[in-house]
Ligand binder design. Sequence first.
Ligand code: ADP
Length: 477
Amino acid sequence: MTRRNLFPQSLSSRLLLTYVTLIALGVGALIAWTGQRLGEQSVQQAEHELELQSQIIANALRDPLERRPSSPTTGERSLDTLVASYAKSIGGRITLLDVQQNVILSSDPRVPLQTVDNHAEFAAARAGTPQFDIRWDEWAKEERLFVAAPISAEHVQPLGFVQVSISMAPIYAEIQQTWLSLIGIAGVVVLITVIVSGLLARQIAIPVQNLTTTSEQIAAWRLDERVTPAGPSETRRLGVAFNRMADQVQGMIAQQRAFVDNAAHELRSPLTSLRLRLEMLQTHGQNDAELTRRYLGQMEHEIGYLQRLIDHLLALAAVEEGVDAPRVPLDLSRLLRELTEQMNVVAAQAGVHLQSEVPEHLPRIQANPEQMSMLVRNLLDNAIKYTRKEGTATLTARAANGGVEIRVTDTGMGIPPDALPHIFDRFYRADRARSLQQGGAGLGLSLVRAIAEAHGGRVEVQSRVNEGSTFTVSLPA
Ligand code: ADP
């Protein structure tokens, strides 16, 4: 059973959802706070204004009220019109009460006269503190804001009270309008966020998608595929790095294929030659002792070549994998002298003088003795192979930069300048005929370079045609 994940899977949807949620929460909180504050302010402002008005009206009504007991009817009528006109000007209701809080008259005919009104605003008016009250008004059947003020000369017992009230409906309508505007603004902000973050998320997601598609294509062996670096600087850099890596992988695979092709090719010629000679021996071998001897000699040469080829291939693989090659602190001087002795036999057979100038001691370097022998033997072998009779091959070694420098010089045939850049490539032979005749597979110098590099060193060559060559190997401490 698969569990359904409600969180979206794609990068762009996740980014979009995150941005929009955060912005919506932020904007929502801000708008709730602002709306609340604005609503409170509207009510407070209305209360404040009403309070001022109630005081002004209380002052204005003091004289008419004082005169009232002397001529109650005329007084009553002039008060009536006064109250009605004030009520009209503030757009609310004004009610007059005597000192016992009995309603004397009201601008609103629905308010019953001669009833006692005991609401909170009167107690405050008596105490001289401002107080308002919002409550349901049973005469107007609506919510109203009430304020009361005492009608009195200063420091004298009040003559009565004036109660001023307005309907809350316009205030509530204004608050509602504010809320609607705020919600509208929030909607626009969220909409803009959705659009902008959608574009941003796509900017990141599209290059990532392209990278994924291209990786899948390369994994399906379409090695020529590359991405077009796009989007923000990070994904562009990723694209460039990805392409570079793909180039390297493609190059390595091409090299590997070429190597296998070359190796197969190198193996096939001696094997074909061996088979042909075997067939000839089977048909003619019994009768012709001279032919048999010659063919067996040639077959031995081919087998020797195959042996060297395979030894070199295995050695190269081992050096490149870096396995089974323990390093020890090594003074190369003894190893070099022993090698010179061994190679003297080969040099003598070829009629080449082999000289060596190796000091008693050399700085110790961390090296694998077998690989070091292989390196020097290959260089000496080449120097002897590619030098004519009576020529000289010289091995010198010295301390250099804390490490060791080994140099093999010959007075041989030299290497043409156009071949020089390739001689360290696998299976490359500058002089193919001579190399084959000498049983070379074109791997010796690749092995020399691989060993030098595996030891953190490098190998250089200088050569002049018909004058000779010098190979210099530098090995660090
Ligand atoms: P090979 O098995 O053919 O000797 P190497 O990798 O050892 O292969 O050398 C590559 C090629 O470089 C040789 O085929 C040869 O043409 C050239 N070469 C190497 N060493 C020398 C040298 N000392 N003098 C002249 N040519 C050389």
